[in-house]
Design a protein around this ligand. Structure first.
Ligand code: HEC
Length: 131
């Protein structure tokens, strides 16, 4: 085979590989991408000491595969939603989130939602109770 064709074929293969990797890593859902662009920190200075500690777990473990912003700006607010989702993320994360860390993260996100997302939390709770 001609050298140029070989190089071209390799370039095409590399490009195709990149496209496949991107397609797997990036959430297809534009809703999720907007979470990624929001604030990437929570001011926890007024939270109780154990919540400030749990925030550190959250900020480390939940920023391994995507921005922490995604976990901060998502629309989960009530305990049930968080329980389901933290478990889902723990399954994805395999061994890097231990059950104890998962519990601390759950405690943090549910506490934080009741403060930072109070309006959304109340709305969702009212909707659940109306069912
Ligand atoms: C092993 C990789 C990984 C880790 C660790 C991880 N996530 Fe995710 N997360 C993903 C992927 C992949 C998605 C894309 C959508 C999906 O699969 O649910 C996602 C999506 C999300 C979303 C958006 C879901 C939606 O539909 O609105 C939230 C919120 C989220 N993660 C929170 C967290 C939290 C909180 C933690 C820490 C407990 C965490 N993630 C840890 C991989 C991870």
């Amino acid at each position: 085979m001609n050298k140029q064709i070989v190089i071209l074929a390799l370039a095409v293969a590399a490009l195709a590989g990149t496209v496949i990797v991107v397609a797997q890593d990036e959430p297809i859902d534009p809703r999720i991408l907007t979470y990624d662009k929001g604030p990437d920190k929570i001011n926890v200075s007024k939270y109780p000491a154990e919540m400030q500690k749990a925030y550190k777990q959250f900020a480390t473990k939940c920023a391994k595969c995507h921005t922490l912003a995604r976990a901060i700006n998502c629309e989960f607010a009530v305990d049930d939603e968080w329980e389901r989702y933290v478990k889902r993320m723990m399954r994805k994360a395999g061994s890097f989130i231990t059950p104890d860390e998962g519990k601390q993260i759950f405690e943090f996100v549910t506490y934080d939602s009741k403060i930072r997302k109070r309006a959304l939390y109340d709305k969702k709770l009212a909707e659940t109770n109306a069912k």
